[in-house]
Structure formats: structure tokens, C-alpha cells
Ligand binder design. Structure first.
Ligand code: XMP
Length: 319
């Protein structure tokens, strides 16, 4: 695409001029925005960019490995992984309230990120994948007011506190333009078109208190759901599809045995902007397959339920 190639050329020049010989740090989540920002900035300044990926222990199955493979192996970026699952789980101990959990996770993230920057040393710029809709502070693309998004997505207050200058090369772009840019930069479809995933991750999909045992069950169930959605060619057609862990046990039978295990809910929604959403009418055979596989393959689950609520009044996430 001619105009996109042009945009890249101009951006690369601008970034080089703006950054000079200084060092840039970027918090890479693996989502569309930060991934495209990373690829663009890396194209411009190579090893003057360091990416930090925080493993908060609330990620999906193999999520961290996929980020490492793509950015470290394929793009040869300087990627630092902060493995801090224990710290996050520790902060979440005993916390049941959803907003309280978000706050704990957000604060822990800032703390870990700050530590990572100190380890890198001489950093002048903080890069962020801020898009135009985030800039105009109205309603963000994933349906939460920009003010709310900010408290979860961005490391609010950090730039001033650490005397960092902001580098936001996507701030004039919309989401669809960012996807085109990403494609031109060589990012794969599964990164550019992946479904939205909340900053607090599985932390708000394990209802109530977050425990490692619950996270493990959720990760395995969710991986089965995603795998079947991709195979049936529905993953990219719905807005989001994910599992929710319910810390409730129900009775079942397995052979001659009585079981008393947890419940997993399937949440699959259609939406244009996450402001409103409707539960997706999936083929019953697909739902049956997903349910059977989760119950048979995931220890600790003996019941799967389907969420048939629309937004409003229900939200997409359960917390
Ligand atoms: P709800 O549950 O409010 O979600 O209908 C709307 C969209 O926002 C995502 N979401 C979040 N994203 N941090 C985020 O970055 C959060 O705390 C958060 N909560 C919800 C949700 O996945 C959906 O796409």
C-alpha cells in the first residue's frame, strides 16, 4: 500500500529526529496497539528501544511465550520479561471486590514497570500505543470511558514521576489504520485481529478472590474455547469469546463416582464497539463440543454454562 509505506517512511524519520541518541522504553502487552507501536519504533531506532513485558500471572495459556517468540526471535527486539506472578497474586490475596482487584493490579503494574525502567538505566522516553480515540478523551474504542481506560492501560503519572518524555507515534491513527500499519510492518494476523483482552486479564475472569488453582483451571478451559472458535472459523467473527471461572461447586457423576467440582461460564458476544453487545448465537453443536471438551479435559470442572445476557444491562466481563 503506497500511502501506508509513505506513512511509515515519514514516521521513521520523525521518530529518529525526536529521539536522537536517547533510549526508549515501551510497555508491551501483546495487544494490537503496543505491538504495532513497538514494531514501528523498532524499525526507526532498533536497539535504542527496550520493550518490557510484565508477566502478572493473569495471562492466558502460552501468552508470554507467544510474545517472546514474535518480538525477541522474529523481530530481534530487546525484550525484557518481568516475571512477577507471585507479587500480583500476593497483592490480590483476600481481595474480592472487582474494582479493588483492578486497583491492586494497576498499582502492582506501575511498581513493576518502574522497577524495570530503573534496571534498564538511562531511559529518556516512554513510548505508548496511544490512538486517536484515546487522545480525544471521549469514548474509547473498547467501550470504556477514556478516563477509565487510562487508569488500567496507561502507566498514569509515571512519565512525570520518572521524568520521561512521551513518544506516541500512533496518536493520529484509528484502530483500522493501526491494523493496516501493523500488517505493513510484518505483524501476523493473530496479533492484529485478536479480540480485546482486559488489562487486569484473568484477574477479573476469576470471580471473587483470585487463586492460582482457579487461574490454572480457567487458562485450560479458555484455551479449549479459543481453539474451537478458531477451528470453527468463528474467532474473528465475534467481538469476544472467553471463559469465566465461577468459584462455585456443583455435583456431577463420572463413571460410578460422584464429583463435586467448579463451574465455567462461556461468554461469547457480538459487538461493534463494546458499548452495547449481544450474546452470539453459536451453533449448538459447537457449544456442545466446547462444553464436552472442557468437562472431559479440565480437572476440577464438571459443569459448563452459557451466558445469554446482553449489554446493557449486563456487561461483557462478569466483573
Ligand atoms: P464491559 O465488561 O464493561 O467491557 O462490558 C467492555 C470492554 O472493555 C473491556 N474491559 C477492560 N479493558 N481494563 C481493560 O483494559 C479493564 O479493566 C476492563 N474491563 C473491561 C472488556 O473486555 C470489553 O472489551
Amino acid at each position: 500500500d503506497w500511502s501506508m509505506a509513505n506513512f511509515i517512511e515519514r514516521s521513521v524519520e520523525d521518530i529518529r529526529k525526536f529521539v536522537g541518541k536517547e533510549h526508549v522504553v515501551l510497555g508491551l502487552s501483546g495487544g494490537v496497539d503496543s505491538s504495532v507501536a513497538a514494531a514501528l519504533i523498532h524499525k526507526a531506532i532498533g536497539d535504542q528501544l527496550t520493550c518490557v513485558f510484565v508477566d502478572n500471572g493473569l495471562l492466558r495459556l502460552h501468552e508470554r511465550e507467544q510474545v517472546e517468540l514474535l518480538f525477541r526471535e522474529n523481530f530481534s527486539m530487546d525484550l525484557r520479561v518481568e516475571s512477577q506472578a507471585d507479587l500480583f497474586l500476593d497483592r490480590l490475596k483476600g481481595i474480592e471486590d472487582p474494582e479493588e482487584k483492578r486497583k491492586k493490579i494497576g498499582n502492582a503494574f506501575v511498581e513493576v514497570f518502574e522497577m524495570a525502567i530503573k534496571k534498564i538505566g538511562d531511559v529518556t522516553f516512554l513510548a505508548q500505543g496511544t490512538l486517536y480515540p484515546d487522545v480525544i478523551e471521549s469514548v474509547s474504542i473498547d467501550g470504556n470511558p477514556a478516563a477509565l481506560i487510562k487508569s488500567h492501560h496507561n502507566v498514569g503519572g509515571l512519565p512525570e514521576k520518572m521524568r520521561l518524555k512521551l513518544l506516541e507515534p500512533l496518536r493520529n491513527l484509528f484502530k483500522d489504520e493501526v491494523r493496516l500499519l501493523g500488517r505493513e510492518l510484518g505483524l501476523p494476523k493473530d496479533v492484529l485481529w485478536r479480540q480485546p483482552f482486559p488489562g487486569p486479564g484473568l484477574g477479573v475472569r476469576v470471580l471473587g478472590e483470585v487463586k492460582e488453582e482457579y487461574l490454572e483451571i480457567l487458562r485450560r478451559a479458555d484455551a479449549i474455547l479459543q481453539e474451537e472458535m478458531v477451528t470453527a472459523d468463528f474467532y474473528y467473527k465475534v467481538w469476544q469469546s472467553f471463559c469465566v471461572f465461577l468459584p462455585v461447586r456443583t455435583v456431577g457423576v463420572m463413571g460410578d463416582e460422584r464429583t463435586y467440582d467448579y463451574v465455567v461460564a462461556l461468554r461469547i458476544v457480538e459487538s461493534a464497539d463494546a458499548m452495547t453487545a449481544d450474546w452470539a448465537r453459536m451453533p449448538h453443536d459447537l457449544i456442545r463440543k466446547i462444553s464436552n471438551r472442557i468437562i472431559n479435559e479440565v480437572d476440577g470442572v464438571n459443569r459448563v454454562v452459557l451466558d445469554v445476557s446482553s449489554k446493557p444491562p449486563s456487561t461483557i466481563e462478569w466483573e
